[in-house]
Design a binder for this molecule. Structure first.
Ligand code: GLU
Length: 460
């Protein structure tokens, strides 16, 4: 029996800031494909840029992935720690004649750039040390190691998302693999790490598509297996422009703080660039079952905050009452009474909340005892005389939602007014707001004594 090799995927963030939603989507797609195929999902922190990489950013990225529920397999790989291995590969290419030492000085390179610019061409290294004997260089002169890249023909990236993308080799110059201080370039590091990690699929943002051509040249020079590439179109703002800060929050952390659930984010980010017919609600288990590379979209996906809210409302509703209450309890100190009320009120509360922040705010009236302060809308609804007149009727009934409702209805009928004209003042006094879960349920949740304290405070 031949064993087919399971896919190995990776997420390879540069730790220079928060985990952005674009990065989170890349991670998600890789994770989903690994989980769908029973493959492996690896994490590599590309911390070779020592100036811009920070431990805080590493922590933020790991925290963001954990919060998103995107667990990775095995140890996290740190790219900088592997510089020795990268150097080794550069030297191997050098000894095989597939790379060469280039002694071009900074001034020479500057000259090449200026010349190219004057001719309206992209800046390219002109290959002046490609065939020159290194002995011609001044003794001890610094050098870089460059790939002896093919100069004619094409490098074709067979991309599962973009199709075949062709690059004329005359447009790709001999890239630097090792700098004069012996540090590897990013291009070399990525290729070596992907090979050593056994990566079979490289799924990442399409801002890396050009890099793929260069990386393929190194891979071919080494005779290594070529990964399957998939370059995801970037995410755009609701207006169709490239995503930027002015479109709103970009960091995954910010979405968490705004009260979005991880399940929501997974569903939402999945739909930003991947589709399964018209399905919008795709819980993670279903996503793992369905995810494939074929259905990745070819055009940039647009953020749609309304969709995000709808999904979040859906996932909030589908969570267990106690689980939701415990999530709220993590954001503020709640007494046992408050907690009991919160769980009891949750069926009504969760029907109305688009975010966990909203849910917590809507439940505020359950957390402390005594008369409520009225917000502006509640102030408009308060009617002390009505409250004073209905109070004795309520006091005389059983303190259950149906009995309280029946009493309020009977009162409204007798007065020749609508139920709402009784209910709104009661709600205002009870919750301090103009909107709440079903009023009589809330009266039952608060209990007779606490409800009466609040109502009496506004009865005249
Ligand atoms: N480190 C790169 C980035 O953060 C990703 C490189 C790759 O996926 O090959 O954009």
């Amino acid at each position: 029996m031949t064993e087919t090799k399971k896919p190995v995927l990776r997420f390879a963030p540069s730790p220079t800031g928060m985990l952005h939603i674009g990065g989170a989507r890349t991670a998600l797609f890789n994770w989903l494909y690994a989980r769908h195929t029973g493959g492996t999902f690896l994490l590599r922190i590309e911390d070779t840029d020592r100036e811009r990489s920070t431990p805080e950013a590493v922590a933020a990225i790991l925290g963001g992935l954990e919060w998103m529920g995107l667990d990775w397999d095995g140890q996290t790989v740190y790219q900088f720690a592997r510089a020795g291995r990268h150097r080794e590969v550069a030297e191997q290419l050098l000894s095989q004649g597939k790379a060469y030492r280039c002694f071009a000085s900074a001034e020479e390179l500057e000259e090449m750039r200026n010349k190219a610019r004057a001719e309206g061409k992209p800046p390219r290294y002109d290959g002046r040390w490609r065939d020159r004997d290194p002995n011609e260089a001044p003794a001890g002169a610094p050098f870089v190691i460059r790939l002896r890249a093919p100069q004619t023909g094409e490098t074709i990236v067979h991309d599962v998302v973009q199709g075949d993308v062709r690059f004329g080799n005359d447009q790709l110059d001999d890239m630097v693999l090792l700098r004069s201080d012996g540090t590897p370039t990013y291009m070399l590091a990525v290729v070596v790490d992907d090979f050593d990690m056994g990566v079979t699929h490289v799924i990442r943002g399409d801002d890396h598509l050009n890099n793929a051509a260069r990386q393929l040249q190194i891979i071919r020079a080494m005779g290594w297996p070529e990964p399957i590439y998939g370059h995801l179109p970037l995410i755009h703002g609701p207006d169709g422009a490239k995503l930027s800060k002015r479109h709103g929050a970009l960091a995954v952390e910010a979405y968490r703080d705004m009260g979005y659930l991880p399940e929501t984010m997974r569903n939402y980010l999945l739909r930003l660039g991947w589709s399964h017919g018209d399905d919008e609600i795709i819980p993670t288990a279903q996503a793992i079952e369905w995810f494939n590379l074929e259905n990745i979209g070819r055009s940039p996906a647009r953020l749609d905050f309304k969709k995000l809210d709808n999904l979040n409302a859906h996932y909030i509703r589908s969570l267990d009452d106690r689980v939701l209450a415990e999530m709220i309890a993590r954001t503020r100190a709640l007494s046992p009474t408050a907690m009991t009320r919160l769980v009891a009120a949750m069926p009504g509360l969760k029907e109305r909340a688009k975010t966990m922040v909203e849910l917590g705010e809507a439940a505020e009236f359950l957390f402390t005892d005594g008369p409520r302060e009225l917000d502006e809308a509640a102030r408009k609804n308060i009617a002390p005389e009505t409250i004073a007149r209905v109070l004795p009727k309520l006091e005389a009934t059983d303190w259950t939602a149906p009995a309280l409702e029946a009493a309020a209805r009977a009162f409204a009928d007798a007065e020749g007014i609508k139920l709402g004209q009784v209910a709104q003042p009661l709600r205002a006094a009870l919750t301090g707001k103009a909107a709440s879960p079903p009023l009589f349920d809330m009266m039952a949740v608060l209990g007779r004594e606490e409800s009466l304290v609040r109502l009496r405070a506004y009865a005249k």
